[in-house]
Write a protein that binds this ligand. Structure first.
Ligand SMILES: *[C@@H]1O[C@H](CO)[C@@H](O)[C@H](O)[C@H]1NC(C)=O
Ligand SMILES: *[C@@H]1O[C@H](CO)[C@@H](O)[C@H](O)[C@H]1NC(C)=O
Ligand SMILES: *[C@@H]1O[C@H](CO)[C@@H](O)[C@H](O)[C@H]1NC(C)=O
Ligand SMILES: *[C@@H]1O[C@H](CO)[C@@H](O)[C@H](O)[C@H]1NC(C)=O
Ligand SMILES: [Zn+2]
Length: 441
């Protein structure tokens, strides 16, 4: 896009300072924003931390309190590691930026017209409050109050995760289940890079370059590049002088270091939501004087990343009477997900895909598959993915087999074989399958 142009008319200013906002100040700010912008914001709590602090989310949109058909849901989650505090403040400044530029800046206005944006500035408020000193690597605060690392606390399809699910984790899992998020980012600190799934993997997903690839690798690389290339310096790749070297400022999570129970893999596998992890500061808890430059470095990237929720295709699955059909598997051929991506209760689906030609496969298990060829344009400039509906014949079997979501194994050798036998996947998928074949010989 063009950069959001400067505001001509001075909007109602909320007046957020550059400093660290502790629980009380953050709550006061969020409540003030909601009071000043009641029709475009919705403030809600998704649950409480171990020590009883609310996990506040501010949602922005023309219909902020509810989902509307065709309007995709987006989320940012910050401060999951309580001592990684830059993201928390960036989220508050992003909220201020969005509400004050709405109706003044055409890009922001269209973004809010066409997107519902949820912002959770702190997933680990207890950890943030436990961090007492500004320090690049504070001794306390990463974990929640039960000393659990929340980014190792999610169910994991590759290795069983025995960690007790924490209240903060459960709140986010319930949130993902209740909303229909399409795109997300998880904001951290300690490096400067955009990292994409998988973080974990098995012998099928991990290739000799140590990358653990999803079948949506092209999209994930595009998403990570979008953030890094719109950031002031992330794309340069070696900013922290700690030996990390990230060409283009992006990395596959597993290729960087393997981790189990992470949030981005969970979102992609169980949440039907593409999530990447953004490391936004070399220093985890830098002095507050540096916050203005962090905001300037990230502002454009934060907006450009939200726009990517409009890539791909969206629509509804209906019967001939126009009645929505939930639980229909809708995926692009060659891109089966571990847990099949299915229509929501109102028959809606969203698929993030780069511009190009695809065959979409809408399947009612045990009944019928509809295969539609579509050409997908670049929807980000238009703030809308391609709209494409499926109409199923009304005569359905009495009982529809629900699509199962395997807990394991996933990506077996057969999984890829069956994929390659029945489909004409794009060339990069063929190369991937070939690499897998080589690995298994
Ligand atoms: C975790 O659970 C699995 C079985 O689900 C078990 O094999 C493994 O030993 C457990 N690991 C730990 C660290 O308890
Ligand atoms: C369509 O999707 C269903 C469900 O995932 C799958 O069983 C079927 O093989 C797919 N058909 C084609 C032609 O890819
Ligand atoms: C979509 O178009 C914009 C320009 O409007 C461009 O910057 C962006 O890279 C394009 N996205 C894709 C996925 O091609
Ligand atoms: C913009 O999106 C609408 C659907 O909302 C579509 O009909 C139209 O063709 C799109 N325009 C471009 C330039 O992609
Ligand atoms: Zn972190």
């Amino acid at each position: 896009m063009g950069r959001p142009c400067l505001v001509l008319l001075l909007p109602l200013v909320v007046g957020l300072d550059f400093g660290y906002h502790h629980t009380k100040e953050m709550e006061a700010f969020l409540k003030e924003v909601h009071k000043n912008y009641p029709s475009t914001t919705h403030l809600y709590s998704i649950g409480k931390s171990v020590e009883g602090r609310d996990l506040w989310v501010l949602a922005l949109g023309r219909f902020p309190t509810q989902h509307k058909i065709g309007i995709p849901e987006f989320k940012y989650v910050a401060n999951m590691h309580g001592d990684e505090s830059v993201g928390r403040e960036l989220m508050l400044h992003l909220i201020e930026f969005l509400v004050t530029n709405d109706q003044h800046d055409p890009v922001i206005t269209r973004l809010i017209d066409n997107t519902r944006i949820h912002i959770l500035p702190s997933m680990n408020p207890d950890g943030f409050e436990a961090t007492t000193q500004f320090d690049c690597f504070p001794p306390y605060g990463r974990y929640n109050a039960n000393m659990q690392d929340l980014n190792r606390n999610f169910p994991d399809v590759f290795d069983s995760n025995n960690a007790t699910v924490q209240p903060e984790t459960q709140a986010v899992m319930d949130w993902i289940k209740n909303e229909m998020f399409v795109l997300s980012a998880n904001l951290h600190g300690g490096s400067l890079v955009a990292s994409y799934p998988f973080d974990n993997g098995n012998s099928v997903t991990i290739t000799s370059d140590d990358i653990s690839r999803t079948l949506d690798n092209d999209i994930f690389m595009h998403l990570a590049r979008t953030y890094a290339s719109n950031h002031a310096i992330m794309y340069e790749g070696t900013p922290c002088h700690n030996g990390d070297d990230f060409p283009e400022g992006i990395t596959n999570g597993h290729a960087w270091y393997r981790l189990k129970g992470g949030m981005q893999d969970y979102n992609y596998i169980w949440g039907q939501c593409f999530e990447i992890t953004l490391e936004l500061s070399c220093c985890q808890y830098p002095p507050k004087e540096e916050l203005p430059s962090f905001w300037n470095d990230n502002k454009i990237a934060l907006i450009e990343y939200i726009k990517q929720v409009h890539l791909g295709v969206k629509g509804r699955v209906l019967d001939t009477h126009g009645k929505p059909i939930p639980d229909v598997i809708v995926e692009a051929t060659g891109r089966r997900h571990v847990c099949p991506y299915k229509t929501h209760r109102n028959g809606e689906y969203y698929l993030l895909l780069l511009p190009g030609s695809y065959t979409l496969n809408a399947t009612i298990p045990g009944f019928l598959s509809l295969l539609h060829d579509v050409y997908i344009p670049n929807g980000t400039a238009n703030f809308s993915a391609l709209q494409h509906d499926f109409i199923f014949p009304s005569k359905k079997p009495a009982r529809i087999e629900p699509a199962s979501c395997p807990t394991k194994p996933l990506y077996s050798r057969d999984y890829h074989k069956s994929t390659s036998a029945t489909l004409k996947p794009p060339v990069n998928t063929l190369i991937f399958i070939y690499i897998l074949y080589e690995v298994f010989r």
